[in-house]
Design a protein around this ligand. Structure first.
Ligand code: 3UK
Length: 560
């Protein structure tokens, strides 16, 4: 391994032992990287060096920066980190901000300064931040002033976690003020390709969050697979979307991928389905990244906007129901690019675009990756058998000091925890998260398949299907349903929905129980919280759909 540039060896010291790493594959010509690599040199400095500096890079609510302007900000922040905050290469910097140009500049500056970014979701509370700070042994924090309350609560005795600098305010100690005092220019630290630059925490529904460690090389490798081969992005593209930069789905889709091809990206916070459509129209966006439920909510609003620039829409985070794909296509004329990615793999590794799309399947391994389905013994199974999805490629899982590394990596394969099936043509079809499979009277039933069927019914806006304890069957299939405007909960509607599912899929899968709700619990990254749907508390909570019709629906990725 090439010499690390890090004076602080914490990250390298806490990598899993080499025998627990996944196998890494670099068999594409575009994935041959040198031993020394700072990804910001490739993503930013190279753009200005090749005459691209005048082109737009980031658009925010109030400002737009060219590549040259972004580079100037990044260099000044890097100086503040090294010269004022006294950080050394290898130190961890906790980052906290909504999606906006300053947050993006901070992430890039941390990398350019040879430090390690630890981005955190804006919705996290002090308790969760403390866990992250302790696990990643954070040395300093850059935080947007509007999010300072939880940081202050988490820091407690601030001296323990090093200096904290706030941006988006105008005091003399603000990051902006410190930046103004700096001379321009900063030479990127000469990091090794295998120096860790990102510790991305999983949104972990259970247990303590896991820190996934990614190298400078991983950042480029993610850019050189999905965006290049599947998305086929170009420098004229204008990216937009909702996932937070602290979630690798958003970091890649809304910052790294556009920069890798010299495109521009729109970074806006607190987007709603209507304001995202408005922003697509206003900025002339061509590529959109968000999660299935957000597309579902945008679909009925599409006719109110001029979206002629929009060419490609990417859906990830959870399975894309066929009904959502069809309705989106009818409304927008665009064939959705579904893709499965994970924090561990950094980004999307199975997907399809254009003529390769097959509704109901996620797609095929993205060039650079390979995938297979494993049985209980860890052996690959043939087409048509449901088993555990396993992938490998140029990126892979390395948890920061975590025993659970052994659960994710087996025999060099990354095992994502998803139940998948490969068909005879090599397309991968999602069934459920492995631990979300419902077992009813001896049958294995995948909740998402039942959700797919229900979502095609005009009354159904959202739904979540889980197993519910039952004395005779072990579990029964239970559906929580959010109704579209104009539909009321009733016993007749329950029977109608049950009948509807029985007509669409094998009748034994129909939901024996249906409960109407005003909204369903989701994570900040847009995932349905199925584990909450399974709790007795949720089952017993009065259906707000019947008692309080006016309660607002919880917005997916609407950071409110
Ligand atoms: C699920 C999907 C079916 C699947 C992510 C794109 O979601 C991301 O990362 P997370 O670590 O979760 C990973 C898990 O989410 N999933 C994601 N996409 C799909 N299931 N179809 C899909 N298209 O269970 C996976 O194991 O939060 C997604 C890019 C970067 C990401 N981090």
């Amino acid at each position: 391994m090439a010499r690390s540039a890090y004076a602080d060896t914490f990250a390298n010291d806490n990598l899993p032992p080499p025998e627990q790493w996944p196998e890494l594959i670099f068999d594409l010509p575009g994935l041959q990287y040198g031993e020394r690599l700072n990804c910001v040199v490739e993503l930013l400095d190279r753009m200005t060096a090749t005459g691209h500096g005048h082109r737009p890079a980031l658009h925010g609510l109030k400002e737009s920066w060219t590549y040259a302007e972004l580079q100037d900000r990044v260099d000044r922040i890097a100086r503040v980190l090294r010269e004022d905050m006294r950080l050394v290469p290898g130190n961890r910097v906790l980052l906290r901000g909504d999606n906006n140009p300053m947050m993006a500049a901070c992430i890039l500056a941390v990398w350019k300064a040879g430090c390690i970014a630890v981005p955190t979701m804006p919705l996290l509370r002090a308790k969760e931040l403390t866990v992250i700070m302790n696990k990643a042994r954070v040395n300093a924090t850059l935080c947007s002033a509007n999010l300072r309350t939880e940081i202050e609560a988490a820091l407690g005795d601030a001296s323990l976690r090093g200096p904290v600098v706030y941006f988006h305010h105008d005091g003399p100690d603000a990051l902006e003020s410190l930046m103004r005092l700096k001379p321009p220019g900063f030479a990127a630290v000469d990091t090794a390709a295998e120096d860790v630059c990102l510790i991305a925490f999983t949104s972990g529904t259970t247990g303590t969050p896991k820190g996934t460690m990614h190298f400078h090389r991983d950042i480029l490798a993610a850019c050189d697979c999905f965006p290049k081969y599947t998305l086929q992005a170009s420098s004229d593209d204008v990216f937009i979307g909702t996932p937070p930069l602290a979630f690798t789905f958003g970091l890649g889709g809304l910052l790294l991928f556009p920069m890798r091809v010299g495109a521009s990206t729109v970074l806006l916070e607190k987007l709603s389905p209507a304001s995202l459509l408005e922003a697509i129209q206003h900025f002339g966006a061509t590529v959109c990244f968000t999660a299935p439920t957000f597309y579902r909510k945008m679909t009925p609003l599409v006719p109110g906007y001029r979206l002629s620039t929009l060419k490609k829409t990417v859906s990830a985070g959870e399975a894309l129901p066929v009904a959502t794909r069809e309705q989106w296509r009818q409304a927008s004329g665009i064939d959705m690019i579904d893709g499965i990615g994970s924090t561990e793999m950094l980004h999307i590794f199975i997907s399809a675009s254009g003529d390769e799309i097959r509704p109901g399947a996620t797609g095929k391994p993205v060039p650079g990756y390979r995938a297979c389905v494993l049985d209980e013994e860890g052996l690959p199974v043939g087409p048509g058998v449901v088993g555990r999805l396993a992938v490998k490629g140029p990126t892979g899982c390395r948890y920061l000091a975590d025993q659970r590394q052994r659960n994710y990596v087996a025999n060099g394969w990354n095992v994502t925890g998803d139940a998948y099936e490969m068909d005879a043509d090599g397309y991968f079809r999602f069934h459920a998260r492995t631990d979300d499979m419902i077992i009813s009277a001896g049958y294995n039933i995948a909740g998402p398949e039942v959700e797919d069927a229900l979502l095609k019914h005009p009354a159904v806006a959202e739904c979540g299907v889980v197993g519910f304890p039952d004395d005779t069957r072990g579990e029964i299939v239970k559906a929580y349903v959010v109704l579209n405007a104009g539909f009321q909960p009733s016993a007749a509607l329950v029977s109608e929905l049950q009948e509807y599912v029985k007509q669409a899929i094998a009748p034994y899968k129909y939901p024996r129980a249906i409960d109407f709700r005003e909204s369903l619990p989701r994570t900040g990254t847009g995932k349905l919280q199925r584990f909450l749907l399974r709790t007795p508390e949720f089952a017993q909570s009065t259906s707000s759909a019947q008692s309080a019709q006016s309660a607002p629906r919880a917005g997916m990725l609407e950071m409110k």
